[in-house]
Design a protein around this ligand. Structure first.
Ligand code: ZN
Ligand code: ZN
Length: 162
């Protein structure tokens, strides 16, 4: 489906095609929580980078987090590029050169009404803030780290690829 998105101040607008638009993937990692998730998590969708069209791109700012994986002696810069509106600070999408054909818009930046997911995935519980109390349904899945199931796999398993 086609997704239209924007930042809060309207300086950046974008559109893209998404085969994986269900907002089911709740990430509790510290990057998502700090940069986008006032409720303790952020939700990424899956879309096609090739179809991404941007209006107001000169207002974008890009952030690459410094992270340290378990067992790593030194922190390193994440290749993932998080795109924000430089004027109002809205987190808009993530693009990672390791998967150049994909782009991950934040559900919170999308203006198109999104479909309601029949189940949700809660990930990165290892990094969840203590104050965040998760309301999960019985059919939901919870992972301490990253799930093995991709955004595309989830949509395929549930027959929801559009
Ligand atoms: Zn803005
Ligand atoms: Zn995250």
């Amino acid at each position: 489906m086609r997704l239209d998105g924007s930042c809060h101040c309207g300086a950046v607008r974008f559109t893209l095609e998404s085969a994986h638009p269900y907002p089911f993937n709740l990430c509790y990692c510290s990057i998502c929580r700090k940069t986008a998730g006032g409720g303790g998590f952020a939700i990424n969708l899956g879309g096609s980078k090739e179809t991404l069209s941007i209006d107001g791109g000169e207002n974008l700012r890009i952030y690459q987090a410094t992270i340290r994986e378990p067992g790593e002696a030194l922190p390193h810069e994440s290749p993932a590029r998080r795109h924000f509106c430089g004027l109002c600070g809205s987190h808009l999408w993530l693009w990672d050169p390791r998967w150049p054909d994909l782009v991950h818009p934040l559900a919170s930046a999308i203006d198109t009404p999104l479909p309601v997911p029949p189940e949700r995935t809660h990930l990165m519980f290892d990094s969840k803030a203590l104050w965040v109390q998760v309301r999960s349904d019985p059919q939901d899945k919870v992972y301490q780290g990253f799930p093995e199931e991709s955004l595309a796999d989830w949509h395929q398993r549930l027959g929801l690829t559009s």
